[in-house]
Design a protein around this ligand. Structure first.
Ligand SMILES: CC(C)(COP(=O)(O)OP(=O)(O)OC[C@H]1O[C@@H](n2cnc3c(N)ncnc32)[C@H](O)[C@@H]1OP(=O)(O)O)[C@@H](O)C(=O)NCCC(=O)NCCS
Length: 174
């Protein structure tokens, strides 16, 4: 499985108890709180998987959390829903993503998103889903994701989706 090239000295690992989560600060309280207090518990319960990007000092420079979910047929835009059955449909969920304040604006967010989407794509070869969805915490996060072809779900301006077909095209597999 191919992986994104992170800067030299940085390494991506499955979140572990030994990672220094308590000091993580990406300037968004909800996102900090998720990593500091909940991500590991949810991983232990097999509800989500979190990957931490460690900097050369072993500090957490960034992370992302992936999970599975469902959306109702009626929540999808017509062009995506028209060939799908009228029921709850499987999706991959990019639940959280954050980059530490000291490492922001160095492209780590883009690299983490690229790796998260690659993970989704690889998983989708075994467990199918119709789209990747995510919820944005604010307008700044929304514009960050929109640069990557995520689009709004109808009637829900802060819930974005990327169809599985667009994901495959992005991975150069269509
Ligand atoms: C959103 C976030 C992940 C971006 O991480 P980052 O490593 O700083 O982003 P990158 O360096 O990869 O930037 C990529 C692009 O995103 C946009 N961007 C990133 N930070 C931005 C900011 N503060 N203001 C405006 N645009 C911004 C820019 O277009 C940027 O490209 P540029 O540097 O060429 O202008 C980071 O700011 C963060 O952790 N924010 C708090 C948590 C959050 O909102 N998470 C997302 C929802 S769960």
């Amino acid at each position: 499985m191919s992986t994104v090239a992170f800067p030299q000295g940085f390494r991506l690992e499955l979140l572990q108890r030994s990672h220094p989560r308590g000091g993580f600060d990406c300037e968004q309280d909800q996102v900090n709180d998720w990593l500091r207090t909940k991500a590991l518990q949810h991983q232990d319960k097999r509800l989500s998987v979190t990957k931490a990007l460690l900097d050369p000092h072993g500090e957490i420079a960034g992370f992302y959390t992936l999970a599975t979910g469902q959306v109702d047929f009626g929540d999808l835009p017509t062009e995506l829903a028209k060939q799908l059955p009228r029921r709850a449909l499987p999706v991959a969920v990019l639940a959280w993503l954050g980059v530490s304040r000291v490492h922001q604006r160095q492209k780590l967010g883009d690299l983490l998103l690229a790796q998260a989407l690659r993970d989704c794509y690889e998983a989708g070869r075994t467990f199918a889903f119709v789209a990747v969805i995510l919820d944005c915490v604010n307008d700044r996060a929304k514009s960050f994701y929109e640069r990557w072809d995520f689009a709004e779900l109808p009637g829900n301006p802060y819930r974005l989706f990327l169809s599985a077909k667009s994901l495959a095209a992005m991975m150069g597999q269509l």
